[in-house]
Design a protein around this ligand. Sequence first.
Ligand code: VG1
Ligand code: CO
Length: 547
Amino acid sequence: MTAPLPIKTVATRAFNDQRPGTSGLRKKTKVFEQPHYLANFVQSIFSSLEGFEGKALVVGGDGRYFNREAIQIILKMAVANGFGEIIVGRAGILSTPAASAVIRHEKAFGGIVLSASHNPGGPDADFGIKYNISAGGPAPEKITEAIFAHSKVIESYKTVEAPDVDIDHLGETFVGATKVRVIDPVAIYRDLMASLFDFSAIRALFASGFTMKFDAMSAVTGPYAKAILEGDLGAAPGTVLNGEPLPDFGHHHPDPNLVHAKHLYDLAMSDAAPDICAASDGDGDRNLVIGRGQFVTPSDSLAIIAANAHLAPGYSQGIAGVARSMPTSGAADRVAKKLGVGIFETPTGWKFFGNLLDAGKVTICGEESAGAGSNHVREKDGLWAVLMWLNILAVRKQSVKEIVRAHWAEFGRNYYSRHDYEEIATEGANALVAGLREKLASLPGQIFGSLTVAAADDFSYLDPIDGSLSQQQGIRILFADGSRIVYRLSGTGTSGATLRVYIERYEPDPARHDLETQAALAELIALAGSIAEIRKHTGRDAPTVIT
Ligand code: VG1
Ligand code: CO
């Protein structure tokens, strides 16, 4: 230990736009690069917390442009604010699920995760930051609102004068009296995965000739996927594509959806298809799973994982319950019902699952936006979902397609799609939502073609554990036959507004499980447009992204 460094108080002025969204604060990189912008937010985090003096803080990010600079700023501020130890992933890299695992494993006070997730990276793209609590999950709204309140009145922040810390070599150094420990970003996570899944069964699967392509999208998951899939599990070299994390993700959009990972979809549908194709996003918390000739919607993936989790050693005792975000399809509900376990419907964003997981009410959680996870960490976890699928395939000795088809035959199929209208004018988006709110009371009972509205509301969630209420979490139109249209505005975008329209229809009859999704939903899609007057309010004839 070296002597404490003098604390330097830097005068600043408040910014008025630092309210965290669905998952932390996300802005254009140039906004974060403004003098004091990042420091203000970091000080607002520390000023909202109590009792961390002498305790450990985990810091890491997805490696995007500005990650390294941001980490140096945060390290010095954490020292000045009185943390006893700072644990950093080598080169400043930790995937979001790995950061959560490290916070829990090291019993840290909390962590700062630098990521704008599936948003592109680079000097002209996006950057982001969020705070995770000691359980390992994103801070609940009570804390994010306190951070925002501080950010509006901040006048100064604390830092120390010190040379940049070497974050590229494993080991310990001191900055003043604070220990900085640089750790292998992969090791703790890899051990955790080995404790949950039957690695020898998956190894045998690969040894038997099973083939896979995993696209890390030049983002953070590459080193994790290479170590686990090609290293521990014996998948062929070259299984992991785009495995080197790049600060601009190779100029790509690191969102593993049917638009930005279309090449993977095309591969999976081709004659050269491997047994499974998978991908994850910028920070490694999302997943995409496509079997040979069989796309798996994230909502179906959640349901299938819930129904089969007991096949993996870490879940062999069965699951306590399932939670899904409100827009996620009801497929998981049917599984929970059959298993006789609880099912919870929460607002969009992983922060709402934390209390349910901590209380032991649920084991598996998921979102329609390609997110699934369990009580092993408090974030969604892309590679975990892929390993869960591999474990299920290894035990059931069936193809992805056979498993999906058998699931639909048993539970029925929830046809599901999300239509995004990206970067629309904020005024139009707000007018659309206001227009829908006005219609809510008059919608029930109305008949549109073959559809009758059973109920319509603006979703609100009363957290059963801490009693907190979150309102206006998405407009729902529920039909008598169980179909649904949901509208909400994105809370992760960085320019204009993004309207998300979620469309779902349940089909129990296996003879009708082979329809093309958009065709199966055509009547609802048209109705979603007319009820909300999408064209009028957005000026768009069609969505930007269909998943
Ligand atoms: C989106 C998704 C949401 C997810 C969030 C963070 O939020 O819809 O399900 O939790 O991104 O994911 P929004 O507000 O834009 O709809 V990640 O992988 O960006 O951390
Ligand atoms: Co992400």
